[in-house]
Design a protein around this ligand. Sequence first.
Ligand code: OTU
Length: 627
Amino acid sequence: MQNVFEMSKGTRDAFGRALATAPDDEAFRVRLERHFAALYEPLDRLYGDHPAFAEQLAAVLGQIAATHMARAPALRALDHEREITPDWFQRQRHTGYICYADRFAGTIAGVRERLPYLRELGITYLHLMPLLRSRPGENDGGYAVADYREIEPALGTMDDLRVLAADLRAHGMSLCVDLVINHTAREHEWAQRAMAGDERFRDHYLTFADRTEPDAYERTLPLVFPDFKPTNFTWSDELGRWVWTTFNDFQWDLNYANPAVFAGMLGNMLALADAGVDVLRLDAVPFMWKRLGTDCQNQPEVHDLLAAYRAAVRIAAPAVIFKAEAIVSPDVLVNYLGECELAYHNSLMVLLWSSLASRRTALMAQTLSAMPTTPAGKAWITYLRCHDDIGWAITDDNAAAVGEDAHEHRKFLVRYFSGDFWESFARGAVFQPEFNGEGRTSGMAASLAGLDVALESRDPAAIDLAIRRVLLLYSVVLSYGGLPLVYMGDEIGLRNDTGYAEDPRTAGDNRWLHRPRMDWDAAGRRHDPASVEGRLFAGLQALVAARRERPVLHAAGTVEPFDTGNPHVFGYRRELDGRQFTALASFSEVEQAVRSEAHEPAAPACRPPRRAGNYLVLAPYGYAWIG
Ligand code: OTU
């Protein structure tokens, strides 16, 4: 074996010890050697001085080997296939769908029955929102996990998940699930044992005898949910200590400076890999490491943790990839593609909505052009909406470069999308109004794009514009570059659900406005071309099909926004292996023209624009894919 020659002395010695206890399985040994440095070196940096390092490293290696040896034949075959097809998730064949299993289809078994619906839309990747057993009562939409080895009983069992994963696999589809890695519910066994007085488990969390340290941290620590609670710490009577709780008071942040926490969470990851999950969405990763005097996000140690996890899973179950959920500013976002194959492009999402409100595309073109290129072999998750609020991550520098004030623009967006602006078509809500003196935004895509207001007015022209807005935004999501996700219900224009206010478990959190139940009656109208559902479904289906046909949309291609000469029209070019693709997207409700020289249709276009002399004319909220 050859990789050993590239290891440093310390790594090689550790590798020698690891090999001595490794199972006698050639594929495993080759992989262990190939990825050992990527596993060991970050762990050594993080925990080299910790008294339990040797013991926990042995536990990590033991779990990796056990997972590999117990891997089902179908998953072993997939491991092998993906090792020789490492770009599988970058391919233009893939389009994803995100939903809560219960809201979409009641149970995990119910989801299986609805797969034909997803396939009809062209979906090949299914992200099911948290489905592990969460705490009873309020649980932040499942992001407060009490047991990582069990499925939420109302949704089914681990076997149901296994069967769903196999079914998806048989149809060339993959399965993504959430792994809430930054915190557990206070009902989790680790927290329970800590509260029962076990010091070993107390060290799984970040706890403090008095306010001295919390106050010191809080001098530079922002609040994610300022309207839920005024501090990042929660007093526990059982512990007699303050506990670090970045999110809700029942979500206890884990102490990743303790190698037992690393090893314990790895076990949870590997259990999901064993169930046949393809993609792990790692929740809230920026918060995994704390440092006094900082905002305690995006610390270098977070990247060491992710790198070590990445290597561990790559050795045990190489079919599995990671999706980082880091909703951070555009300058640090790309770092998450260092370790994870996928990361949410929240900048693109924010800029799409920003352009829709302002009808201007300069900020979008500026911000996207200034972003570093996507690391090779990785892909953005492009999306329009998800179960979370929209946090208006627009930096001062990018805003200033186009003559805007970032704070004022963010305030404008929050007002605009809550409907509080004279000509706003949107009907969203303000989430966490205390946040930065600005707030954030809740609401379904269709509602933010004006469908509620239009339907109430019974004005066919207004309804038409709302539909066009949703399709325009999805035209960019599906072609900008990356793995696109459709948020459940957007394909039929599902609107805000105000029912959340009646249920005490959800009433305090208006993100439930955009977590409706699937409306299968409405979905039943999807083949009626005169209905809103029919127009959106057919429009999206056509975009997904057009994407699939264009090899240039493989995520390995490059993308470059360009100046279309018209402030309302966003233009970008993609290129891959000599193939070219140009897209135009008009954020205006009236026709817009752009000079045609720069984007001569070289190949058949999807939605070809009308020609008028030297100009291409885009319909209201029109888009064109050329090439
Ligand atoms: C995530 O979001 C989840 O998507 C949310 O639904 C959860 O409430 C939360 O974690 C806690 O588990 O702050 O406003 O940079 O922005 O992790 C949503 C990442 C959030 C954070 C993100 C978080």
